[in-house]
Design a protein around this ligand. Structure first.
Ligand code: GAP
Length: 503
């Protein structure tokens, strides 16, 4: 992960926000290559989800909506995480990510006693960390006896008597943790000149509500009929207690969400399964390996009360298997809530049964930043390769799908000071540039130029060499990033290759 973060900074994919002021936790900037990559992910999704389908339309709604939207949706009352404070260090933790265990030792009398508590923040090896902490605790306190295996629980499960005994992960000492309390993750702002309670509004924590609130507008104007979907891409904001893992969980991020409205009597489960598979295939189409994708169906008893079923597509990040894309069957909850709160019915008329009903919805919701991180992680590799003289050297390569790679082709004249080579290269570059993101590089030896492109994920380099200008056929050397194989190609063939792979 450290190598990926370093590459992202070094090659201008991702920077810390406000870096010259020391950064701002949970906020990131996308540099020249990062913003291209992000745009390509967005465009692929929009093209596949909206433009290439007859049953889905796109919209773009405002980030700040009427505050009543968030009351009706349940976010004002319930969009919260359990928070715990450390009174000494002033650090805050998510209580469901702070684990603890009693340290239990059986003495010579055969009686098992709790001699203290240990804590650890959630990670891939929480239990091992707690066990190691328990062993250290026993050794430091010179306690004699047999140490029992730890029994991890998170802080929301701690009794009021246990809280003062659990060490803070910040200080290592007990006595400073507060009991868990609810922390609403919506960012508040004030709209208009007043700053009292009457002007409070929120930055949206999800794009989804825009689709529900505009459902009737689209229904009345969009020439749509069930089943159909409304999609949008946009920024969302959550005051995450513990933003972490680079851009995986941040406070400002971008979502791509689609609400697929179906008849109240439709087979929602079948539709849900179809969307799960569509999303999985889409992720594969932008280059994620199938072997790193798994499905996690939320347990029935843990579902939100309105949800009939939620399945997450999980991705194997270097820091663990984590949620990438959530696909939820939300019933008619949202439209019904907005109908009740606004007094505006959200029903449609069924010509067959001559009945009005509120449509149900299947919602695939994904974060652009999480996809971007996944493609960087899946694509990053360090390899030993041989140079022209047979010496082994390291190459860093980013195996990005041509669909999303920030640069599709690099155009390289073999020599900088040969006008005929540079002129032909410039002509090709200008022609490619009309349709694709391309890069012109005439600096340094050709091997180094290939390596620079490998590192930013450019699928192809074309070199304009002496054969191009001296031999018939006007061919270039095409060099492929992954295999490093080279072959000759004409301009027409190059455009055909791009047409096939960049869509
Ligand atoms: N409308 C439903 C909804 O927003 P969610 O599971 O809270 O559901 C959907 O979010 C997706 O948005 C997640 O699967 C993830 O890809 C992305 N996401 C959520 N919180 C995020 C955060 N703090 N940082 C980056 N991406 C996030």
């Amino acid at each position: 992960m450290d190598n990926i973060v370093a590459l992202a900074k070094r090659r201008g994919f991702i920077f810390q926000s406000s870096e010259i002021y020391g950064g701002f936790n949970g906020f990131f900037d996308y540099g020249p290559l990062g913003s291209e990559l992000k745009k390509n992910i967005r465009d692929c999704w929009w093209n596949d989800m909206v433009r290439r389908r007859d049953d889905i339309v796109g919209i773009e709604t405002s980030i700040i909506m009427h505050p009543k939207v968030w009351e009706a949706s349940g976010h004002v009352a319930g969009f919260s995480d359990p928070l715990v404070d450390c009174k000494v260090s002033k650090q805050r933790f998510r209580a469901d990510q702070l684990f603890f265990s009693p340290v239990t030792v059986t003495g010579a009398d055969g009686v098992a006693k709790i001699v203290g508590y240990v804590s650890a923040l959630e990670s891939e090896k929480t239990t091992a960390d707690l066990q190691a902490a328990a062993e250290t605790f026993k050794r430091k306190k010179a306690i004699v006896g047999t140490l029992a295996a730890v029994t991890p629980k998170d802080l929301t499960e701690a009794t009021p008597e246990e809280i003062p005994l659990i060490p803070s992960p910040a200080t290592g000492e007990p006595g400073s943790l507060t009991e868990a309390r609810s922390f609403n993750m919506m960012f508040q702002t004030n709209v208009g000149a007043m700053t009292d309670g009457s002007s409070v509004a929120y930055l949206r924590p999800e794009t989804a509500q825009g689709m529900f609130v505009d459902f009737k507008n689209v229904w009345d104007t969009g020439r749509v009929k069930l089943p159909f979907g409304i999609a949008q891409i946009g920024k969302s904001f959550r005051n995450e207690i513990t933003p972490r893992n680079f851009i995986f969980r941040s406070r400002e991020f971008e979502q791509m969400e689609m609400e697929y409205f179906i008849h109240e009597d439709a087979d929602w489960s079948k539709c849900h399964q179809e969307w799960i598979e569509w999303c999985r295939q889409w992720l594969i189409s932008v280059g994620l390996p199938e072997s790193k994708l798994t499905l996690y169906a939320h347990k029935k008893e843990k579902l939100a009360f309105y949800s009939k079923g939620t399945t997450d597509i999980m991705f194997e990040y270097p820091f663990g298997v984590q949620e990438l894309w959530g696909i939820a069957a939300r019933g008619s909850y949202d439209l019904t809530q907005h109908a009740n709160a606004s007094g505006k019915p959200q029903e449609v008329f069924d010509e067959g049964t001559k009945k009005k009903f509120v449509p149900h919805v299947i919602e695939p919701a994904v974060g652009v930043d999480r996809i971007l991180l996944a493609v960087l992680c899946a694509g990053y590799a360090e390899e030993d390769v041989k140079d022209d003289k047979g010496n082994v050297e390291k190459r860093t390569v980013l195996r990005l799908s041509p669909r999303i790679a920030p640069v599709k082709v690099a155009v390289l004249p073999l020599l900088k000071n040969k006008e005929a080579l540079v002129g032909r290269a410039q002509a090709l570059y200008k022609k490619l540039q009309r349709r694709y993101a391309v890069f012109f590089d005439d600096g340094g030896n050709i091997g180094k130029r290939y390596r620079r492109q490998d590192e930013i994920g450019t699928p192809w380099c074309v070199t304009i060499d002496f054969d191009t200008i001296e031999k018939p056929g006007d061919t270039f050397t095409l060099r492929e990033r992954d295999s490093m194989a080279q072959r000759r190609i004409t301009e027409v063939e190059l455009f055909a290759l791009l047409e096939e792979h960049v869509y």
